[in-house]
Design a protein around this ligand. Sequence first.
Ligand code: HEC
Length: 291
Amino acid sequence: MRWSDYGTPEDYRRMAGALAVVLIALAGLAVFDIIVIPGLRGGAAPYRGPDAPLGKTGWLDVSEQPATRGYMPAPVDLRALERSTPRLLERGRTIFARVCAPCHGPQGRADGPAASSLRPPPRDFTRPTGWKNGYGPADIFQTISRGVPGSAMASFDYLPAEDRIALARFEMSLGKFPHPAQKAKIEKLAEGFKSERVPNKIPVSLAMEKLEQEASKIPDLGEAGAPAVLDRPRAALWLSRSTAWRAGPRALAEAACLQAQDNGFSTSAAALSAGDWRRIYGEFMAWRRES
Ligand code: HEC
């Protein structure tokens, strides 16, 4: 028995060609796996501090991370605000570059790419003028945690307290003017400060499922509330959960129009008359008594 018994040299060449195509496809798949997939995983990952490795969430869709139980993180001592350490400054520098520099500029001179469009403009951290909440460490920590209402300066309380401390100390290092020490104020802050509980998390799909289950228990709105209602199941869910509207037709009109679309109401409901709202209120109350 020789190899030529099974096919002509032409047959073998064809088979070798097909084998090559399969091998090249497999190699391509391996490259996709090694290079592209980790990038996809990391791309939409939530911010997890400067030390968190990128591209390691392990899930292609981060909203589908497995359910995790909430926990209390180790207590944070706000007295760390009292002095800078090289580690704190380095951590602050990294987060600042990512999160704050677009507005405040890389050196804190209020010259980030977004700065020119902001009214009021961002604070210049290199100068002691114009500060609304003060520039001591406790002041800055509070500003970062709460934001400045009425400006583009949002609350960054989603950053862990340790990171907010690092940011405050780094920010102070950008201004070569004297900053107050605020020992007493820090002491007071530290006393009242409890570490924030990290809440339970469930995947988004499970949350949607639970919401649907809940909604399916609510009786149908029928014709009640026409023509103010756009999305009946959604409006029924809102009406059964919210209590604000039950005070009367006026409260109903205000609450419904304030969140129209989120609560299944039509935005044109704002044009309805007081009489319409009295009728609709009556219909909703009757629906509620039945359910
Ligand atoms: C979207 C733009 C934007 C980003 C991002 C931003 N800020 Fe601001 N920040 C502002 C603006 C605008 C003001 C001025 C607010 C005012 O004058 O009312 C401000 C003011 C401040 C102040 C001074 C408040 C005072 O007492 O006057 C501090 C401190 C501050 N920002 C820290 C930070 C830190 C730290 C970060 C990053 C975690 C950050 N900001 C990110 C826009 C921004």
